[in-house]
Design a protein around this ligand. Sequence first.
Ligand code: MTE
Ligand code: MOS
Length: 789
Amino acid sequence: MNRPHDPGMPDSLSAEVGRSHPHESAVLHVTGEAIYTDDIAEVSGTLHAALGLSSKAHATLLAMDLTAVRNAKGVVAVLTAADIPGVNDCGPIVHDDPLLADGSVQYLGQPIFVVIADTHDHARRAARKAQIHYHELPALLNQEAARQAGSYVVAPMRLQKGDARTALGNAPHRLAGKWTVGGQEQFYLEGQIAYAIPKEDRGMQVYCSTQHPSEMQHIIALALGVHAHQIVVECRRMGGGFGGKESQSGLWAGVAAICAAHLNRPVKLRADRDDDMLVTGKRHCFSYDYDVGYDDTGRITAARVEMLARAGFSADLSAPVATRAMCHFDNVYYLADTDIVALCAKTNTQSNTAFRGFGGPQGAIAIEYILDSIARLTGQDALDVRKANFYGRNDAEGRNVTQYGQKVVDNVIHELVAQLEHSSQYRQRRSAINLFNAASPILKKGLALTPVKFGIAFNVTFLNQAGALVHVYTDGSVLVNHGGTEMGQGVNTKVCQVVAQELGIAFRWVRASAADTSKVANTSATAASTGADLNGKAAQLAARTIRNRLADFAVTLFGGTAAEAVFADGMVSLNQNSMAFSALVQKAYLARVQLWSDGFYATPGLHWDPKTMNGNPFSYFSYGAAVSEVIIDTLTGESKVLRVDVLYDAGQSLNPAIDIGQVEGAYIQGLGWLTSEELWWNSDGRLMTHAPSTYKIPAVSDCPEDFRVQLFNNANVQDSIHRSKAVGEPPLLLAFSAFFAIRDAVASIADHKINPPLTAPATCEAILKSITFIQAAQAAQAAPMTGNG
Ligand code: MTE
Ligand code: MOS
């Protein structure tokens, strides 16, 4: 079952799967040749649109004077909600998300009108000239305020297992508290953009930077009041999506199409960074209210948690995000009696949405915070408390059913963590850090090992389907179209490897084309880390159909049976004959053999009941663990990650180089979320951190100097594509280790006896605050003794 991962040495010379191919567009990326939506050659007559945004967080629109906008230089037209011919909505699940505000505004930054001009600059300048009269209404600016007002975007959700109340009552020890984790801006390098070109017969071609072309097609068709077959949405690649272009590209696609249809001219709508950040939703910030019971070994015996997520003004994907949070509160730990409530607070802020991990990080970090706290209370190393809570290895050990009823049948966390503990020299470094801290009054070091288990599949079963269309041309070259979208994660590279392997030809013979709703219909978003899993399988089936036809045809040339035909190294061999793949294809074409095929895949074995929040929502779990070592300055609150060791379970990796790149990128992105990226709204509800000047994503200088990433030798127990495992999102959770290493460093001030109330992100201010708390708590403990002495 296990096989060493050596990027250079696949199973056989001809194996394309398992090899570290560079990203299919790597050369285009670095030379600047890669075409993003804004680089597409503009059709003559193209106009440019800009959005006019609300300057109030919550208000009724009394009057709009758009005269100055209309009269501004270069302006061709100004449109409002009244000009939308069809449905004014881009909400992916609940239809509460207008493209353009109609009658009222619900957050500061909400689009109210769109102005179309001859240039991008003219459109942007004109958009600022509007005179809008508002009747201001009370605004709920954060999740606590919304909770008090009972304001939610969807009904509260509850997931219960056993009897948490009784089990809490019987627990040997209790720990209750509150905690918060901040949100996060996706900060894709390429901003939101759509370019709509009207076609004959009310048709529309839309180029859009989106993770979900089919959803864009749907929104546009509804907004224009036409059929889906009149709309074609295409995306060759995104300059990053990170969840931010799963549903929220809909606004840009919908508005660009409305403008183009209205004027019957091509229209491009591109957000500049400030507008992009002001308009679109982010990762949900969460507040937690928890109460757990535990025994002397730190093992949790019962848990109750209420998760309060800031959804923003509309539902968007908040319900599925909260569901994933509830389904990841266990992380790698067995929870017996559990009661989880999730509330999606309706606030007058941007509508929060998908972001790498999709609520999973917010669910799992809560239990990690709790375990980290328990360790200080029991006086153990946090790693030992974590281990005491791991899921059982198998049925014999038990403790292997999740709070949502799915049995964990592929648990590798014991072996994986043991291997990492050893390779990272966790225990030796713990001792070394204790010595360092004892001798260093100002600078303090911290260390933490945190594990991850992440469920792979969309919670909602029907989304777990994919299609592909594979063309073999008469020269033997192959073009693959599939339902996935490329955002830098390498799904095209992986799918091309799968197809090359299936046909026994070299990678360079296979090319992926742009995602296109006219080629593969009704696709799911490229999300939930399932892109390569789903589309890889669909493309494999398509390629297999063609191979089988070619094998049948080879029998007519060489005799033997089709099952004996070998496709490898660019040759097809059968019955002691062999022929180049391209030569066989040429002959097959002349013999009228169909050389293209579709393929369709639906992940088996999944079911989910949203009412009881029970079922088998995931196909399998991806696992990983990380050890982070940090140093903090107790006078300034600054922190630095010194060394990171990661071990990640990508199953039989389809492409180790790409997977390691995903692990590194996800870790750094998670590090940003938990240390430097802070979203801040002023009392008017204006997002003040709306540009890189005030919003701090990690820079190269924040990357650990010593960063060791390895893939764990494993094979998926499920029949996933070549027994690989998903890698897109799970490693983001590995950055928990950096946060808990910082908390460990702070706790060292009081000899690890007091729990620092460190909130995330652990900015300099947050670290200083928790240091001040620890020092005050220490002083308070010391004071009575001095007084009595
Ligand atoms: N990697 C890059 N370079 N850019 C991205 O936008 N998005 C992440 C992850 N890795 C992203 C990325 C997210 S949120 C998801 S869900 C997965 O990629 C989606 O792709 P996959 O399913 O093909 O892994
Ligand atoms: Mo990823 S958050 O599922 O797009």
